[in-house]
Ligand binder design. Structure first.
Ligand code: PHE
Ligand code: NA
Length: 500
């Protein structure tokens, strides 16, 4: 069977942007920047983008294109002992996909609720009570919430349909429609936000630089952490997408394009979100610092409050905001699900349809059992926390250390990338990738572990010990899955790379 290819360079770039631009851009970046020096945060952030994000993107693109395989096959072709990294990344992707679907489903409902402002006067009570029926106990998976469940079925069905249609007909076609649509919707939203009273104050508090902050190591680590998460690197996603590139495709220019497009969208989101937060601070008198400006709280509590208060076109504003979350999240979701599906195709010779139905179906079932329940929010919180803190801080540096140092592949990858790229990489790339990035990731890991050991419960909703036990079970389970798969497949050779 001949491996599929992207139909065009623009198609690949749009799909990679679709993966990169996600919930992290809209509900994570603005809050992280605000907390870490405001306008001054842009300095460490842009340094992180150029010294770590783009170099790692170049590495993953080159690995994918050179070895022509999803993560496990690509790493196996690189070295017989490296397959474990690919399966570990597959496991992490499976975990992310299982809870990502729920956030997209919630956002879908909230887009609909925006029209009638169905959340009423107290969006917090509505979210936790009527909508999620969030329980403070662990393992309340018995009550199935049909509203959320049905929306999640739609999310999964649409995702698997597109993946089943194939890289070119499914992923590329939808990216070409949804990424421009996302940009238009979000731009309209930002324009509307900028017309509101208090918008200028919101932007001032977002951009006003705190130069002292730039001296703190924690701020630099936050910048690197945001860049890794935001570019979807370290989870095998970009390796998988790049495996469908034609041999002669440009690598480095594509990496720069994806990196800068993603960051531009983050800054645009920062402007939109903080203009809106400035408005609600103006109306309510509650300063921005005391509002929910990140994550679930920002999207499902602060924004409904803003929508309740808007002087005009409130329904439109809400629909644009939640539709943006749905589209941004969904294109990322597709890229995550593609990782395990492609792994089964490549490694076991399954057809695309079989891999989509069996692997995608199994993930959908688990997701549909666990998430639309009273413990769904807790499950999501804990998994998200552990995957982001440890998935990135551990999986990414391990893959770099193996590729660059243990297998000393950076020269081969450099030559491979340079052979077809206008912009050439050299020793600077090696230093960024092999030295700066691992040091920064080790720093993030150190601070995360220290925080985890010293902090009390991360959320008031559930007990610290349960949180810990469950989080570690997932983190260790993902690694164990990788090791077991690699051991089981030790003797099973991978086919040679097919020529084009
Ligand atoms: N890059 C996505 C974002 O910014 C998040 C993501 C990470 C998606 C890893 C998939 C995998 O939101
Ligand atoms: Na992103």
């Amino acid at each position: 069977m001949v491996r599929e290819n992207w139909g065009s360079r623009a198609g690949f770039i749009l799909a990679a942007i679709g993966s990169a631009v996600g919930l992290g851009n809209i509900w994570r970046f603005p809050g992280v920047a605000y907390e870490n020096g405001g306008g001054a945060f842009l300095v460490p952030y842009l340094v992180a983008l150029t010294t770590a994000g783009i170099p790692l993107l170049i590495m993953e693109f080159t690995i994918g294109r050179r070895y022509k395989g999803s993560a496990p096959v690509a790493f196996r072709r690189m070295n017989k002992n490296a397959e474990v990294i690919g399966w570990w990344q597959v496991a992490i992707s499976i975990v992310i996909a299982v809870y990502y679907a729920a956030i997209i489903a919630w956002a879908g409902w909230y887009g609909y609720f925006s029209i009638t402002q169905q959340w009423g006067e107290d969006p917090n009570a509505f979210l936790m009570g009527d909508f999620l029926q969030a329980s403070d106990g662990f393992g309340d998976f018995g009550t199935w919430l049909p509203g959320i469940g049905i929306a999640m079925i739609a999310v999964w069905a649409f995702t698997l349909l597109v993946i089943g249609a194939g890289v070119k007909k499914g992923i590329e076609t939808t990216s070409k429609v949804f990424i421009p649509l996302l940009l238009v919707m979000f731009a309209v939203l930002v324009v509307q936000a900028l017309t509101l009273d208090g918008a200028a104050d919101g932007l001032n508090s977002f951009f006003s630089p705190d130069w002292e902050a730039v001296r703190e190591p924690g701020v630099w680590l936050a910048a690197y952490g945001q860049i890794f998460f935001s570019l979807s690197v370290g989870f095998g996603i970009m390796v998988t997408y790049a495996s469908y590139l034609k041999r002669k495709s440009d690598i480095t220019t594509s990496a720069f394009t994806v990196g800068f497009a993603n960051s531009s969208f983050e800054i645009l989101a920062g402007i939109g979100v903080f203009a809106a937060l400035g408005f609600i601070a103006f109306e309510s008198g509650v300063p921005i610092a005391d509002q929910a400006y990140e994550g679930v709280g920002l999207a499902f509590i602060a924004f409904p409050t803003i929508i309740n208060t808007l002087p005009y076109l409130a329904g439109l504003f809400g629909v644009l905001f939640f539709a943006s979350l749905v589209v941004a999240g969904w294109t990322s979701m597709v890229s995550i699900v593609q990782v395990p599906v492609a792994a089964m195709e490549d490694r076991f010779g399954w057809s695309r349809i079989k891999a989509t139905v069996v692997v995608g179906g199994a993930m959908a079932v688990v997701s549909l059992i666990l998430l639309p329940t009273a413990s769904g929010l807790m499950f999501l919180d804990v998994t998200d926390y552990f995957i982001n803190q440890y998935g990135i801080a551990v999986a990414a540096p391990v893959s770099i250390a193996v590729v660059v140092w243990a297998l000393w592949k950076w020269k081969a990858l450099r030559d491979d990338a340079n052979a077809t790229s206008t912009f050439k990489v050299g020793p600077i790339w090696f230093v960024c990738l092999g030295v700066v990035t691992p040091i920064m990731l080790a720093g993030i890991l150190y601070f995360n572990i220290r925080d985890l050991l010293t902090a009390e419960a991360d959320s008031a909703l559930y007990g610290y010990n349960q949180h810990q036990a469950f989080g570690w079970a997932i983190a260790i389970g993902a690694l164990a899955f990788g090791v077991i798969m690699a051991l089981l497949l030790r003797r099973k050779e991978v086919p040679a790379i097919e020529s084009e």
